[in-house]
Write a protein that binds this ligand. Structure first.
Ligand code: MIG
Length: 818
């Protein structure tokens, strides 16, 4: 019998012949039909069926699922042997949250799944998938059918998707990649890495955000490849007409996100992966950090200096030296004998204390955190069940498996002591995870992955995300009503639900200042809105000029923190002599003046999913000439900045998008749609306000709650057209906004040659503590003879800049200036 079987197979396999030639007749484990490892491509579509809003297509062996997520989002999944993995994602908490209307059509050539905005076309002959709008314009299509290759070492498949890269198509996104905004012609890998003093074009860095935006002929779409394994992206680098993405494991699963506006692509990406919670107002102030401020007397000194020198600051950081031998959740009592008292005194003076927490837990039988983790089996283990041990700051460490819900809950609870001591925020570092010497965990380390178990290959890129998730959830729980502040170094798509990010260990050079400007714009369009750089550069020594220019850029970084490495000279805003101290003060003050605007822009993110920083291409995506513009960007809808990024730069060319603009520093008016040369003395940076804007400003404050606002200043920038502005207000640090306890105000400004009309609409349940606004009317082209506020006359005076000033009730409806 066995012999017959072998005979029968002889014809189709070479190995059979060899086996027989070798004279082996008794083979109890014949390696006969083991297929060679090759790339398999989907063949012609052989059938389909439907289950709810999922459509399944098969070529006879493999299957593809097409799921309508919303009118604008369609998900594609591939199962090489027709067995889909269970639907679980750390990035997308729920994949069916939107009600969508769709139809299904079939003709000779193709199947079509149609929503109100997008059609997914599945071509029968070759299984190529394309996405079109309702007019039939193709946005994105496969170059070759999806393909895969078996992974004999780990099981599963390498999975690949290759799309057509259209001529002149530009590509954006992908998180923190330190390169030009348009990544066409480049290839990247996603594998979270501790990259001290990284360089231009280095890859990968700390974060994995497998989401990109394609822009072609002014129309944009997005692709989110939700795969936590090591993923790769090639944007027309290997072949000029192809864009590919692939992974070393997991499922080929991606979301097509329709535009055509880039802003909407980002917004829709956030609709599935979530937005950043509204941070406490203080977290939008200036933060001072260093590795490390200790002992306590040093911290007090620092705080006193800020207040004496009248330089605003809301947060002071304690880096790893506050701990006892780098043991997380402990204090070095020699340096900090009474942390609670110190933190309270800092708080009384308007400072919030943020402490660092790393993932490595010191192997020490006398250390309670280690003992608890050991007893409950919370630490990661290797393939053969040994503990994952490696060296980090505390010495030999073990590492909690944050992909386990029970571990996350335990971890969250560990913050109790720190919260009782008054800590207001937590900084998670080293969570790529970083291990001295070998870089990170070996691949065989096992993870719970919330019940969907996996090796480190699968969990590596989400380890940091799950750590900061545990941190955020723990703090939120312990704080009860107050909003926590969290910041993480490593991240995966969706981390914005739990934390802000900084760009890691940059360098005090002009190159790195420029890199930072690219990275923050990129993070913003990649769904990581609350981002900042180490102002001044982490390693190396900035000179005074570089530091001040970096502070200026910091004013328009969503997250504003100065930080420096332990082996650098002490570096605070006053470290460069009185002239530069005055400059640094001026710009930090500007951040505080702009806070009500910055806070409103953040609200637009939290509620509506819009990015905070917007590259010029995003503002005017129909103009190909904007694609190379990388220095100027918008902060929210109303402000345009172009930070000074070169040493000794006396002036720079700044492009303003179409429309009217005013120079912030002197109210002079500029016409958009072209470039302007702007002087850049050290005490100015190019900053423009869109015509028609109502820009709220706070008085200069040393910290966000220093003063009660008596009357809110509103700068009203004249326009000859009509323009809307939005302002958001609430308590500043509770979650009451989730119960509508906030105010959303809309201002409509409408100008004519000799008049200006301002209308206000108010929505929400909060009541502000001030009673009036001080309107400052900027750049009115006529002399004011009368101001009517809700049909009553009001008095206009002029301020020292020649602006008309009118005090009006905060609930005014209509103002007419003639
Ligand atoms: O191995 O905590 O990126 O911000 O100051 C270095 C010390 C560990 C790296 C972080 C940096 C932080 C430093 N950390």
């Amino acid at each position: 019998m066995a012999k017959d079987l072998i005979k029968q197979q002889e014809t189709d396999t070479l190995s059979t012949t060899q086996v027989l030639d070798d004279g082996i007749h008794h083979v109890n484990n014949p390696v006969l039909d083991l297929p060679e490892i090759v790339k398999n491509y989907l063949g012609p579509v052989a059938g389909f069926h439907q289950e709810n809003n999922n459509y399944y297509f098969t070529d006879g062996g493999a299957s593809v699922e097409i799921k309508v997520v919303s009118d604008e989002i369609i998900r594609v999944r591939l199962a090489p042997k027709s067995q889909f993995l269970e639907d679980f994602s750390y990035a997308v908490p729920q994949s069916d949250q939107h009600v969508a209307v769709y139809t299904f059509e079939e003709d000779q050539e193709a199947y079509r799944v149609k929503t109100n905005t997008v059609t997914c076309v599945i071509r029968k002959a070759d299984f190529l998938i394309a996405f079109e709008d309702r007019e039939g314009k193709e946005y994105n299509k496969d170059y070759s059918p999806m393909h895969w290759e078996e992974n004999p070492d780990f099981g599963g498949y390498y999975v690949y998707c290759t799309k057509v890269a259209q001529a002149n198509e530009a590509f954006y996104g992908l998180g923190d990649k330190p390169t030009h905004l348009n990544v066409r012609g480049r290839r990247f890998a996603n594998w979270n890495s501790d990259t001290y003093s990284f360089q231009f074009n280095q890859d990968p860095l700390y974060r994995s955000i497998p989401f990109y935006i394609g822009l072609h002929e002014g129309d944009a779409y997005g692709i989110f490849f939700d795969n936590t394994f090591k993923t790769y992206f090639d944007f027309a680098a290997e072949a000029y007409d192809q864009t590919s993405f692939w992974s070393e494991g997991g499922e080929l699963q991606y979301y097509y996100i329709h535009g055509p506006h880039m802003m909407d692509v980002v917004k829709r990406y956030h609709s599935i992966t979530g937005t950043h919670y509204l941070p406490p107002l203080w977290a939008l102030g200036f933060h001072q950090c260093r590795w490390s401020y200790y002992p306590e007397s040093k911290v007090r000194d620092l705080a006193r200096n800020f207040r004496e020198r009248q330089i605003p600051c809301d947060a002071i950081y304690l880096d790893i030296d506050y701990m006892d031998g780098y043991r997380c959740f402990t204090w070095n009592k020699r340096y900090f004998p009474d942390p609670k008292k110190m933190i309270k005194e800092l708080a009384d003076d308007g400072f919030h204390t943020v402490v660092i927490i790393d993932p490595g837990i010191k192997v020490d039988e006398n250390y309670w955190v280690f003992k608890e983790g050991k007893k409950n089996r919370y630490f990661c283990r290797r393939g053969d069940d040994y503990f994952m041990e490696g060296y980090v700051w505390p010495g030999r460490c073990q590492f909690p498996d944050f992909t386990n819900q029970e571990v996350r809950e335990w971890w969250g609870g560990l913050f109790k002591g720190l919260v009782e001591a008054g800590v207001a925020g937590v900084w998670n570092d080293m969570n790529e995870p970083a291990v001295f010497g070998r870089g990170t965990f070996p691949n065989d380390v096992r993870h719970n992955f919330d019940g969907y178990r996996g090796s480190h290959r699968k969990a590596h890129n989400v380890y940091g995300m799950q750590m900061v998730r545990a941190t955020y959830e723990g703090l939120k729980n312990l704080f009860q009503k107050k909003r926590p502040f969290t910041i993480t170094r490593a991240a995966y798509a969706g981390t914005q639900r739990y934390a802000s990010v900084w760009t890691g260990d940059n360098v005090a050079t002009w190159d790195h200042l420029r890199l930072g400007a690219l990275q923050l714009q990129r993070l913003s369009v990649s769904g990581m809105p609350f981002c900042g750089t180490d102002i001044g550069g982490f390693s190396g020594e900035p000179d005074a000029e570089l530091f001040t220019r970096w502070i200026q850029f910091g004013v328009f970084s969503p997250f504003m923190r100065a930080h420096s490495a332990g082996d650098t000279a002490e570096r605070e805003p006053w470290s460069f002599g009185p002239d530069y101290e005055a400059l640094n003060r001026k710009f930090i003050e500007l951040r505080y003046q702009l806070l009500p605007y910055i806070y409103s822009v953040f609200w637009e993110h939290t509620k509506y999913g819009f990015p905070i920083l917007r590259p010029i291409t995003m503002v005017e995506q129909r103009l190909d000439t904007n694609i190379p513009r990388e220095e100027e960007f918008c902060f929210g809808d109303k402000l345009l900045v172009s930070p000074v990024l070169y040493q000794g730069q006396q002036r720079k060319m700044v492009y303003l998008p179409a429309g009217g603009w005013y120079y912030y520093w002197d109210d002079s008016s500029f016409e958009g749609g072209k470039e302007h040369e702007v002087n850049t003395p050290m005490d100015e940076m190019p900053l423009f306000v869109r015509a028609g804007t109502v820009l709220p400003e706070y008085p200069v404050m040393q910290h966000v709650y220093e003063k009660k606002i008596e009357s809110l200043k509103l700068l009203v920038y004249y326009t000859a057209q009509e323009a809307n502005s939005y302002m958001y207000e609430d308590h500043g640090d509770t979650f009451a906004y989730e119960q509508q306890i906030y105010l959303e105000k809309k201002f409509v400004v409408k100008g004519a040659a000799k008049s200006l009309k301002i209308t206000q609409y108010i929505d929400g349940l909060y009541s502000e503590r001030y009673d009036t606004y001080d309107l400052h009317l900027v750049a009115l082209p006529f002399k004011v003879s009368r101001v009517m506020v809700d049909d009553k006359p009001a008095i206009a005076t002029q301020d020292n800049q020649g602006r008309y000033v009118v005090k009006v009730p905060k609930d005014f409806k209509n103002i007419i200036v003639t």
